[in-house]
Design a protein around this ligand. Structure first.
Ligand SMILES: Nc1ncnc2c1ncn2[C@@H]1O[C@H](COP(=O)(O)OP(=O)(O)OP(=O)(O)O)[C@@H](O)[C@H]1O
Length: 517
């Protein structure tokens, strides 16, 4: 096996000096220059989104300047809604006054945003809040960032810890006080949009610092941070009632005998072929499996080096995203799209397929900087289409300004993927060993990726690994009670034409002493 990116200095040399197998491949690519479809991202596409009542309520609340927490089971459209919210906020405040963040690099990149840590400008946030505030005030750029802000979006909140959430609120309030007189306004008057499901992956905590608090909902400022908290209930990812019921039970850490039996059946099913994606709790297993499978193909490897521009810390964040520093591909490699490439042909983030060829475009300029042999992978997707995959870019925006950019082929190897990286994805099929899961929420995150039971293949299963955190259970219990109470109130007040929305906790705007539920 040869690594052509380093061994072959130029394309012409490559095309004549490779193994006979690869020469054949290269020649076929030349002869069939028009054989492969290039993606046409400009193709007009008309889709009409029918928002649910709850989603519409959230959008209305955002339009009227409210701060909102959007939660709900996996696949209820939280991220889908957040993308629309971002458009709305950009229109309302101007993109330079809206910051889009997420707790992980993968989630942040999916929204063209930054990680919450890199946005905040307080490093790992390990000092006390006063020192962190000084750090922000003495950092001109971070200070300006906090002060120009009108709206802050935080996605995948389940992985943000309580202490960090409180520290951010303190910084927002204090750093903006001089300009806005915001001492008494929670988050210094910033419109806050937070999204996520606390039943999914929890924060990674430094035990010594956590003071018994873990989740963001335990933060002192949590309740006063929002005018509205909504638990989305319509599940879009799955339509099979049996699977939805099973996932709802697992989300709450319940082991209903009928559901367990269903999972056991999935273990007994015939093993799927090796092309079906494996999910592993640990990265080291993911890397080992992908490397081994790629090597077993014993074909010429094409290497794509990510091309980054911009400054740190944004550039560093790109490395934590889904696009790898180096992507190794060969004919036969199982791959998954890491971006929406062609939504109208259902070629979206999470679509899987196999590399069937490499294509040499006329205009090599776009490829040369990431791949010395200037060839693009041709992927036959499991859903049918065959497409040349062009390089794509992952951009980190700060307002209207792109502060860092990574160019890479929007593919990752897809024999195996980590459960952390798949949070947020929709997959047609997967195989996993549930007996190897650890911590709360991991089994739920893994299983809730698939659209149907047929797509779920288990090789091991241990009911004791189905776990939900008691604090999270309590949080959602209170949420449901409050939601019911609110509905009752709304019913009672109907004749008075109450304008309060579901879970709206304040008619007069938020204050630190604001009403909590
Ligand atoms: N109103 C809607 N109409 C049609 N499809 C929708 C709607 N809202 C969301 N969806 C679809 O639902 C699917 C799941 O959405 P999304 O990934 O945003 O869910 P999520 O709640 O963020 O899931 P997770 O918690 O697993 O990240 C997506 O395919 C999305 O396009």
């Amino acid at each position: 096996m040869k690594l052509f990116s380093t061994a072959i200095p130029a394309f012409r040399y490559f095309s004549t000096q490779t193994t006979s197998k690869n020469t054949k491949l290269t020649q076929s690519s030349f002869k069939n220059k028009n054989k492969y479809k290039r993606n046409d991202p400009t193709k007009p596409r008309r889709t009409r989104i029918k928002w649910t009542d709850q989603q519409s309520q959230v959008l209305d609340a955002i339009s009227s300047g409210k701060s909102v927490f959007v939660t709900g089971s996996a696949g209820t459209g939280k991220t889908f809604l957040v993308k629309q919210i971002i458009k709305l906020l950009n229109k309302m405040h101007g993109p330079s006054r809206v910051s889009v963040t997420a707790s992980t690099g993968v989630a942040a990149c999916a929204l063209k945003g930054q990680t919450l840590h890199s946005f905040a400008g307080i490093g790992l946030a390990q000092s006390d809040q006063q020192s962190l505030l000084h750090r922000v005030i003495s950092n001109k750029r971070a200070y300006w960032r906090w002060n120009r802000l009108k709206a802050l979006v935080i996605d995948e909140i389940s992985m943000v810890d309580a202490e960090f959430f409180d520290k951010l609120e303190y910084i927002a309030r204090k750093a903006r006080d001089e300009q806005y007189g915001s001492e008494n306004k929670v988050w210094g008057g910033i419109q806050l949009v937070v999204s996520g499901d606390f039943f999914q992956l929890p924060p990674i905590l430094n035990q010594q610092k956590s003071q018994g608090k873990e989740f963001a909902f335990e933060a002192d400022c949590w309740n006063s941070s929002f005018d509205m908290q909504v638990d989305l209930t319509t599940i879009f990812r799955q339509s099979d009632a049996q699977l939805i019921k099973l996932l709802q039970g697992i989300r709450r850490g319940e082991s209903d005998p009928a559901d367990l039996q269903l999972l056991e059946q999935r273990c007994l099913e015939r093993k799927p072929d090796s092309s079906v994606l494996w999910l592993y709790p640990m990265n080291k297993d993911v890397n080992r499996v992908n490397k081994k499978q790629l090597e077993s193909l014993n074909d010429s490897i094409f290497v794509y080096h990510a091309h980054d521009s911009g400054e740190d810390p944004w550039k560093r964040q790109l490395k934590q995203g889904i696009a790898p520093d180096e992507l190794h591909l060969c004919v036969g490699a199982r791959v998954m799209l890491s971006k929406n490439v062609n939504p109208w042909r259902k070629l979206v983030n999470g679509s899987t397929g196999t590399v069937v060829d490499f294509f040499y475009p006329n205009d090599m300029v776009d490829v040369m900087d990431i791949c010395k042999h200037a060839a693009l992978p041709v992927v036959k997707f499991d859903s049918g289409p065959e497409l040349v995959i062009d390089p794509d870019t992952w951009v980190i925006m700060e307002g209207e300004k792109a502060v860092a950019e990574r160019k890479q082929i929007p593919l990752i190897l897809a024999w195996a993927l980590s459960i952390h990286k798949c949070q947020g994805m929709t997959l047609d099929s997967l195989q996993t060993d549930l007996s190897r899961a650890f911590g709360c929420g991991m089994v739920y995150v893994a299983l809730s990726r698939v659209r149907s039971l047929d797509g779920l293949h288990l090789s091991g299963f241990d009911p004791s690994k189905i776990k939900a955190h008691p604090k999270v259970l309590q949080f959602y219990r209170s949420f449901a009670i409050e939601q019911d109470k609110q509905k009752e109130d709304d019913g009672t007040n109907k004749n008075k034409r109450s304008s309060r929305t579901l879970l709206d906790v304040s008619d007069t705007g938020r204050s630190l002493k604001g009403e909590c539920w």
